[in-house]
Design a protein around this ligand. Structure first.
Ligand code: HEC
Length: 155
């Protein structure tokens, strides 16, 4: 229900389908129950923030690109982390999950050898490669802040 890609808007045609009208009522009902505190949702879903909201800067993504070329490209091609492969692995998770995976496991043989700012920049670069828009402020380096940013399907 909270997953955006479950596309209420995916239906074709200009007239509003009766099923769609029902879905709108359902969404309103659930939102009502959540605000009344009858249904609890995880913090990331509650805040509604996502990586599609312009959560990194162009400058940060280019720093990440430089780091990726210097450190990661010895073993990886960006193609491994973009398009359908990125979608299958990461959509539905958070920027924190991606950051945590990279920061605790990579580079293989020397995990944790980059600074949090460098790992965050690499994540920003991977988001940019996947078509998410840049914005006004850098992607945070704090895991809890990053966990509040859901990886939704790229716009
Ligand atoms: C010395 C080789 C090496 C380097 C350098 C390296 N990796 Fe990896 N990486 C691997 C191997 C091996 C795996 C596990 C097999 C796989 O998924 O390809 C892996 C897996 C991953 C995964 C998990 C894939 C998944 O979806 O489960 C991510 C993400 C990743 N690497 C990102 C990075 C990033 C970002 C860097 C640079 C900071 C980096 N790696 C540097 C070898 C390396």
């Amino acid at each position: 229900m909270t997953k955006r890609r479950d596309g209420v808007g995916a239906e074709r045609g200009s007239r509003m389908h009766p099923r769609r009208r029902f879905a709108v009522v359902e969404v309103a009902l659930v939102v009502g129950l959540i605000s009344a505190g009858w249904i609890s949702v995880p913090p990331s879903a509650q805040s509604g923030a996502s990586v599609a909201d312009g959560v990194f800067t162009e400058a940060q993504a280019s720093r990440g690109e430089a780091t990726f070329r210097r450190v990661c490209s010895a073993c990886h091609d960006t193609g491994e982390f973009s398009g359908g492969r990125f979608r299958l692995t990461w959509v539905g998770q958070t920027a924190g999950d991606l950051f945590d995976t990279i920061a605790t496991l990579m580079p293989e043989g020397d995990p944790g050898s980059l600074t949090p700012a460098q790992y965050a920049a690499v994540v920003a670069y991977l988001l940019q490669v996947n078509g998410y828009p840049a914005g006004e402020s850098d992607l945070p380096t704090s895991l809890s802040a990053l966990r509040g940013l859901e990886i939704v399907a790229a716009p």
